[in-house]
Write a new protein. Sequence first.
Length: 366
Amino acid sequence: MAYTDYMARALELAALARGITGNNPPVGAVIVRDGRIVGEGYTQPPGQAHAEIVALQQAGELARSATLYVTLEPCCHFGRTPPCTQALLSAGIAEVHMAAIDPNPLVGGGGKAVLEAAGVVVTVGEREAEALRLMEAWLTYMRLGRPLVVAKYAMTLDGKIATATGESKWITGSHARHRVHQLRSSMDAIMVGVTTVIADDPQLTARDEQGHPMGHQPLRLVVDSTGRVPLSSQVVNGRLPGATAVIVGPRADSRRLHEIERRGNSIITVPERDSRVDLRAALHGLASDWNITSVLVEGGGQLLGSLFDLGLVDKVVAFIAPKLVGGAEAPGPVAGRGVESISSAVTLRDSTWEQVGNDMMVVGYL
């Protein structure tokens, strides 16, 4: 395919890196010479090459006197890998278009300064808003020291996630469910409460339209204060691709936790708050100890409600099916304490609506 908007191509590449970069930003890079792409790449898993390096390796000698389009300012410091700025200068890159300046204080304009001091022509700001949106998880990690928390749920037109008897499959159609799997594959982790595991026995994997596992599987997280997740449940029985961690409080029985670990799962112990797992502490621990920058929370209502009550939700992805269930006992997607007045209701900003099959998908930010 021929590209003329090279930064748009860099953004496409950056999107491919979401979910695999650990605590590095997902970045895309394109090297152009004489109107032709000669190298491109995106951020590899932690400890491996940054996007610019992948593109340089592909371009080889054609990088000399070429132009680089990159979605984030190249790094200028030694971390797990050497600085990208030095590699660009050694390769003879003549011009760099960067979508955004790196907010990391270790860079923060330093990469731009190094390149300009060496005579490289630098342009900043092309498609900046799109680039920052692609890096929203990493930006949250950098600024708040915790992952981006995305609340995802599917509900009927009358706000139900199941019937009064607990039946919930399937509220949305196949197109919406496929979109959810794509969303899962772009996240570092997917979180549910233990009640959801007991009721639904979900897999919490990312699968393609044929039901085969996608390349990237998010870490499965089960919030379970006392360690009562069934050992036979799919998320802990050790038969699924990817890994599972159970987040417990200090009251959880050690023998029970040993049985969970014996099946290949990890245990994350955090303090309690009001006799429940301290979700704030859990999220900060996931960021600092596990390098998790994004968490997709799929329920249940109590877990979502607690996260909303604590002000820990950053983004909402809601699928609405044109169905009516009714029933006073049929559950809704968000429980918790809630608010006391409409004026205090959580209001989404930058919200968008999209039809996905027969369903509607609403995405917005808090």
